[in-house]
Write a protein that binds this ligand. Structure first.
Ligand SMILES: [Zn+2]
Length: 250
């Protein structure tokens, strides 16, 4: 029940609450609220402040984001990206065929399609980020490490290509921000690390190896799944051994 003071006196209105909202309100009273009217329907936005209980474990989970494997974690979780890739390809085809017809209605249809895409990817990112934070909790990880996707100068051509793929319409920034706020709410810290060489370095011996598609080969340690290896390098805090250091050490 909510009690509002209006120009016509006090109004007492029953709240329609979902399970998530009920749980949040059981924990604490709201610190502030805003009443809004959206197309004739009244909503109330409530703010509940709470101190997250710090995660008890001391583990670190690295997450590698990509196109073939949407997300790989150092704890062993691999989420494939095929469904999203196919969805993106199908949508691109529909867009291309619409654009070639040049009908007056095309612009409107294209706008609708792109809005639908944005909504769908956002919804998927919510589910995915929840799954990733659950994975960190299950393994008692106090820290999640991911690659910094922006603001870092490219150092290698390969990495640059990788970064371009990573950021072009794949909403990885959105996914990272969802992971971050969901993690912080559970008392898990998030660190963004330098992405240089994470996919070319072996997580076991920290030497450079070679990557062919889904396989990563290290001359010393052998074959591994490339994205699983990258997620473990990320968990370590990035590729500690840069090529210059390796050559001077040998
Ligand atoms: Zn190795």
């Amino acid at each position: 029940m909510i009690s509002l003071t209006t120009t016509q006196g006090r109004l007492r209105i029953a709240l329609l609450l979902g399970e998530h909202q009920k749980k949040a309100l059981q924990r604490q009273d709201p610190s502030s609220a805003t009443v809004i009217n959206k197309s004739g329907v009244w909503y109330i936005h409530m703010v509940i402040d709470f101190e997250p209980t710090m995660c008890s474990g001391d583990g670190v989970m690295g997450i590698d984001l990509g196109i073939n494997t949407l997300a790989a974690t150092s704890t062993g979780l691999l989420i494939e990206g095929k469904t999203r890739r196919q969805f993106k390809e199908k949508r691109a085809k529909i867009r291309a065929s619409l654009q070639s017809k040049k009908k007056p209605s095309t612009k409107k249809v294209l706008k609708k399609i792109s809005e639908y895409e944005v909504r769908r990817i956002k919804h998927e990112n919510h589910i995915l980020s929840k799954q990733l934070v659950e994975e960190a909790k299950r393994h008692n990880c106090r820290t999640i490490r991911m690659e910094q996707l922006k603001g870092i100068q490219s150092r290698t051509k390969t990495w640059n290509k990788h970064r371009n793929q990573m950021t072009a319409g794949w909403s990885f920034h959105q996914l990272q921000s969802f992971v971050t706020y969901k993690a912080v709410a559970c008392g898990i810290c998030v660190e963004l690390i330098d992405p240089a060489y994470t996919s070319q370095t072996c997580h076991r011996c920290l030497k450079l190896g070679s990557r062919y598609g889904e396989r990563f080969t290290c001359a010393t340690c052998g074959d591994q799944h490339a994205d699983a290896n990258a997620s473990r390098v990320i968990a370590l805090g990035g590729a500690v051994c840069k090529p210059a250091r390796i050559s001077s050490a040998s």
